[in-house]
Design a protein around this ligand. Structure first.
Ligand SMILES: [Zn+2]
Length: 309
């Protein structure tokens, strides 16, 4: 499916530069005319870097993971998102490796301290049998989206203070998010909302917003903010026995926040043919779908920030 959308002329910029830099982007995609906010300039390029073979599938504790981390920390620095405390890196031990969460923050406008924590796991499944699992959708897409959103929020801050948590070891059982909640770098009681991004590029025209079943006040805000979105947003997958199928309440990094009583919205797509396969590659991502998805998530986040004040 191909999506068409427009943004105000002042926000338009060409994709040509990013496409030229993202050397693996397909010719078909490069030929498309995509419009997006200026803060999204690097979105596709960042995704292509994270999903590159040189990152070796970003398994915790590996040289590929360390390379990804260097890239992410340099990106956060250049964006102007500061660390909390002395370092962006918050290490912890798993059964198999030393894992590292990367945490940064962008101050909000409000005098009352409230936080929105934007999570996206940067780890994936590494190299198996000599084959790199690049995890382009899962979850280079969420991490590159988080960087683009951080850029936008630096340029135009939220009311709440944004915390960007690029967490590790999700694939081993949400370990980075669990660590964040167990050793919170900010008071948990001041977190108004967790927005979790995990697999946000392969929408095929449909993006799920999960979590309003647990916090009904979120539902009308999400509904209104997505009424004219460039991708269809459906709410659900947040309770047992729902007609849409599986309950995703505990399926990604929002779960530890939910278990700590923090409202969450998880954005993600249905499992697709390349899910957890070595073919989850940059080339298989439709840039138009991806940009539409990230623009929509940013719009919802800003609406929720206003609604939660
Ligand atoms: Zn994932």
């Amino acid at each position: 499916m191909r999506l068409r959308f427009v943004v105000p002329a002042v926000m338009r910029t060409g994709l040509a530069v990013a496409v030229a830099a993202a050397t693996t982007l397909t010719a078909e995609a490069a030929a498309q005319d995509i419009e997006y906010p200026a803060s999204f300039d690097r979105l596709l390029q960042d995704l292509s870097v994270l999903a590159h073979d040189s990152m070796e599938g970003r398994a915790p504790g590996t040289p590929g993971s360390a390379r990804a981390r260097v890239f992410l920390i340099e990106s956060l620095k250049s964006i102007g998102a500061a660390p909390i405390g002395e370092s962006y890196e918050h290490g912890f031990e798993t059964a198999n490796a030393r894992a590292v969460n990367i945490i940064a923050t962008v101050p909000g406008r409000d005098a009352t301290k409230r936080y929105i924590v934007l999570t996206a796991h940067y780890d994936h499944q590494g190299v198996r049998g000599g084959v790199v699992f690049n995890g382009a959708d899962d979850n280079a897409s969420g991490v590159a989206a988080a960087l683009a959103i951080a850029r936008d929020v630096v340029a135009s801050p939220l009311g709440a203070t944004l915390v960007i948590a690029l967490v590790d070891a999700e694939e081993e059982g949400l370990l980075g998010a669990k660590e964040f909640v167990a050793q919170p770098p900010i008071p948990l009681g001041q977190i108004a909302l967790n927005v979790n991004l995990d697999m946000v590029s392969r929408t095929a025209g449909l993006l799920w917003a999960v979590g309003a079943h647990h916090t009904p006040a979120l539902r009308p805000v999400i509904e209104e903010a997505t009424a004219n979105a460039p991708v269809t947003v459906r709410q659900g997958h947040d309770r047992a026995g729902a007609p849409e199928g599986a309950n995703w309440t505990n399926s990604s990094d929002h779960a530890p926040f939910h278990q700590a009583g923090i409202p969450f919205v998880y954005f993600g797509v249905e499992d697709h043919a390349d899910y957890h396969r070595p073919t989850d590659d940059f080339e298989n991502i439709d840039p138009v779908e991806y940009v539409a998805s990230v623009r929509t998530i940013l719009t919802v986040m800003r609406a929720l920030d206003e609604a939660l004040r």
